[in-house]
Structure formats: C-alpha cells, structure tokens
Write a protein of this length. Sequence first.
Length: 272
Amino acid sequence: MKENNVIKKGWNDIAIAYQKRYDIQVGPIVYSPLGPTEDELNLLGKNLKNKKIIDIGAGGCQKAIYLAKKGAKITSFDLSIKQLEYGANLAKKENVSINCVRGDFANLSTYFKKNSFDMAYSIFALQYCANSNMLKKVFCEINSILKKKGKIIISLDHPMRTCGYWDLKLDRFLVNNYFDKSINKWDYDFLEYGVLGKFEGTYYTLSDLLNSFIEAGFAIEKILEPKAIKRKKYLDKFGINSRYGVNNKKDPFNFSNLNRVPGTIILCGIKN
C-alpha cells in the first residue's frame, strides 16, 4: 500500500508549529485531551523494564522518551520526518535512547519482523486511516509485529464526536450524519505561526472500529470513554490552546464540551 502523501506533507508542514502550540511535555502518556494518563490508568503495566514497545504515530516522541526513562526499549514510528527529527533531538537533550523509524502505519510489517514487540500503543493517530478497510489493515499490521499475547492500546477520535458539531447559540451538540463515510478535506491551521497543513480522511462508526479490531485478531480487554479532568497543570495544551484561541468553546476538546460528549475512545486488547 502506497504512503498517503497528503497526510505526510501536511504533518511535515505543521510539525514545528504543532509542537509550539501544544507544548507537549515529556511525561506519562496522556490518552485523551485533558484526560487520564498512563500512570493513572496503568494500561501498559507497571514494570516496563526491557519491554519492547512501539509508539505508532509518535509525533515528537515525548511519551516514548518518558517510557524509555522507565527502562522500556522504545521504537517511535511516524509518517513525518519533521516530527521524528524533533523527537530525536529531544531524546538527546533528555539523555535517552529511542529508535526512530519513519514510515506508513499501513505497512508496518515491511519495517519490522513478525512477533517483534511486547506492546504497541497509538495515541490519536489512527483516525488518519483513509477508511474502515485501511483501519482493519493497520490493525492486522500491528497484530503481525506483536508477540503472542502482546498488548495493544489505541486511543482516537470518538465516533460520536466526529458525527456532529457544537452549536454555540443553542449550546447543544448537533448530530449531522453518523453514517457519513465520504472523504473529507480540511486545513489544520496555525495562524499564529503563519502555517497550515492540508489533510484528508473519513470517519467510521463504532462498529467499524470494534469489528476491525476483533477481526484483526485482538481480544478486547477494556473500552474507555474518558471525561476531561480538572488539573492545576497539564502535560500538554490540547483543549486549552487551539485555532480558536485559549479555552474557546468552539474547540471540540474544550473542557466543558468533553464532559458532555465523549471526545475519545480507548481500546485495550491482547493478541490472540
């Protein structure tokens, strides 16, 4: 399967602006905007020493670096060379070793041997699959590189959130078309830095997501739909900074919105 050049270019174009706006810190995995962390949920397990873990859609590698400090053998995998360059430089500053590999997650088995990893996780990356068929293909690819009984943790846009929009006048979330699977094109703009990235993709239903996961050979252990959590300090600025400004109600990941409509779904499973 060919790489998605639209997504690749989009992420390379916005990589630095993205890191600046959201100020993602080296720390525990945050599974959803303003949501719970790995230290709170303990989905990967407490003893990570010498565990081979792959971060799929690693971005700037902040969470991979944190896990490396806990003794894990981390591979950061991402489509964007600009994001991985940022991560590699950050790893040097943090004095840890991570393995950065650039590539498309639809072709994981061309980069790694079968049964290579103890665990895989992906945080808000798989929504860039072009359709439900590609989503299933990616799950199958992840399955192939995991060892038997290997863990998988995936978080991504909740199908409920992506099927509608917030009407600010009514202060209501309005459902548009839950079953719309047409190709969407959008700009991810960072006007404060004078850049934007062009993206494309489609949405899928909850049944698309769960069936793809199961048919790819994973047993579901847990499904989470986290609310936002009030904290004095966050590990990133998702839900705080956005294209709309600071703490703006137009942001779908605004604290208030996330406590009325689920923004994230987390799937935890194990390879059969």
